[in-house]
Design a protein around this ligand. Sequence first.
Ligand code: R5P
Length: 425
Amino acid sequence: MKYFNPANLAIIACPGGEVFADEVNSHLRHKYRHSREQTVSEFSKRYNISDEQALLQIDLINKMVTRGPGSQSGTCKNGEQRFKVPVKFTVFANKEIKAEILESIRGKDVYIFQDVENRYPVNFSSGVVSDLSINDHLMTTFVTVDAARQAGAERITLVIPNYPYARQHKAKGREGLTASRIGKIFESLGVNHIITLDIHSRDIINALDKMRLENLHASYQIIQALSKLNGILNDDFVVVSPDTGAVDRNKFYASALKKPLALLYKERDYSKISKDASQTNISQVRLLGNVKDKTVFMADDILGTGGTLIKGMKLLKENGARKIICAISLPLFSGDAISHFDEAYAEGLFYRIIGTNAVYQEEVLNREWYLNVSISKLFAHVISRLHQNQSVSSLLDNAQIINKLLSQTVVPEPQNELPFVQNET
Ligand code: R5P
């Protein structure tokens, strides 16, 4: 009989990451509740006792097994685990930030959640705080990690679906290597592990010394949403990479969906800064491949100002694309990007944008053109496996479950050969 008691698992939500942490927390509780119910039922059958008696026995065994450091678990009345640890977050008058953990986490396996791109008002213990920048959220992460380390956490995992400063992963001229330096800071503060989503570049992972990084993908959730769009996968369909950096991601989708791949080649003028989708520093975009009369699917990691997608979609339309659907792992919608997409949609430039809940959003959720997919359950599964020191590889490679999903959906064989193939780098 297998029942795992996650008494040492603790969740800390930074104010920016609270919504996501609560969703993941609720999946974890559901998962353990289910496993507990199954064990109780097996136990009562095997020893011919009532469920109540079985529950008492299991609780007793768990108490004996988990006695020792970290065993002061937040168990609720009904025997369920309470993973979330209360933290007092304060912003002082000079905008310094403090985190104080309000209950013992000594010896615990701690998961700290943060969404550095959360632009909405968030709850601090001192009241609701608006206008936090990515740097404020980052500083909040630093002080929280440090507080957890000082409080004796055994292992700290940072759950940060949107890795901060990820686009500063390579240095040209006298620039810094900020993305990997942020990783080094996390490492030096005592973070053992990071769980993130669709990280912008593997350079960041390669620069880390001891800290492990799990890079998750939302491809299953995205293809699931795509397959629900009324018969769309039966259209004459082509996957288009929005730039050369996105080729591997789109090659994955093309091969999973058994569709051809085309490519947009994008150049930026780095003497300028993109202000928004209409004043972007993208100087030119070219298309390699054929999109005439086809439904186009285009996947990118980040939607910032929206310049990349809107410029790309215009070119695809000029080249005869019939319908365009985009998928974004990290939908930042910086500045007034949402209104630029409203305009583009009104002009008939695209059909749908699929985004994940890796970045907290409110305004875009009610748009007809926007489909929100949840990655909370995926993160809960990964956390549960890591906590039990089990392999997560089957959760990192979605190819098998996508195949299974598509076998239940009718997807015709490809019409053309792949026009563009590139080896993995
Ligand atoms: C760039 O290489 C990234 O993958 C995204 O394409 C880019 O960050 C999107 O930014 P924006 O929406 O501002 O064009």
